[in-house]
Design a protein. Structure first.
Length: 231
């Protein structure tokens, strides 16, 4: 019995590092050094809104196997100079289940601070979760993000979040099997209100592959697609 117990303990001690180093599969890129490039265009005219570059800078694995992903996003437009200087740092967590968590409020606040460096903006709420096991028909938790400074309030609400279907699509970066999520996004700040319906295609190991934005009446406003991925 003692020999058997020792053998089991030795087996488990050898297996533990393998378990700890196994990365969960998720609807997000977790490859350090990866670059994903997107273009957002008006489908009817082909007019380019912006180019969006996402870079994965570091991926740290916690003792329980969850991943902390440090990345940046950089928007560039040939038409309008971006008010945000350089890439904006952001962070995501991939839980051991494969679920992705991302703080929308914190990321938005970081971008705004780049524009108004002397002001101390605060963020609250805004935690988004995309479950790796989500299936068509599932409803996702609503998101309420607030960025504030003094009397200024900027809110971002995602409601009516639902998984519509699985779909294989082709974009300039290749062909991907995706899950499709529908959301209603409402942004509000002083003298500004933006109400849109969005469809987003997510692929395992990559994250966002395509993002379509619609006016409330259903008219397609823009489509952002993955044009290049170095993973």
């Amino acid at each position: 019995m003692k020999t058997l117990l020792i053998s089991i303990l030795l087996f488990l001690s050898a297996l533990t590092p393998v378990i700890a180093n196994t990365r969960p599969e998720a609807y997000f890129c977790t490859t350090k050094g990866a670059t994903l490039m997107y273009e957002r265009r008006t489908p009817s005219s082909g007019k380019l809104w912006w180019r969006h570059t996402m870079q994965i800078h570091d991926v740290t694995q916690r003792p329980d196997g969850a991943l902390d992903v440090a990345f940046s996003t950089h928007f560039q437009s040939e038409q309008v100079k971006s008010p945000v200087e350089g890439p904006v740092p952001a962070w995501a967590t991939v839980l051991t289940s494969g679920d992705v968590q991302f703080d929308i409020a914190e990321t938005a606040a970081t971008a705004i601070k780049r524009m108004f460096k002397s002001l101390k903006f605060k963020s609250e709420g805004g935690l988004s979760t995309l479950k790796v096991a989500a299936t068509p028909g599932d409803s996702l938790q609503e998101i309420h993000a607030v960025i504030s400074w003094s009397a200024f309030r900027y809110t971002i609400d995602y409601t009516e979040r639902k998984v519509l279907r699985h779909e294989t699509i082709s974009v300039p970066a290749g062909t991907f099997h995706c899950i499709v999520v529908r959301e209603r996004k409402l942004e509000r700040r002083p003298l500004y209100r933006n109400d849109r319906i969005t469809l987003t295609w997510y692929a395992l190991g990559y994250g966002l592959v395509r993002h379509d934005t619609f006016f409330p009446d259903g008219e397609l406003e823009s489509s952002e697609q993955l044009i290049y991925a170095s993973i």
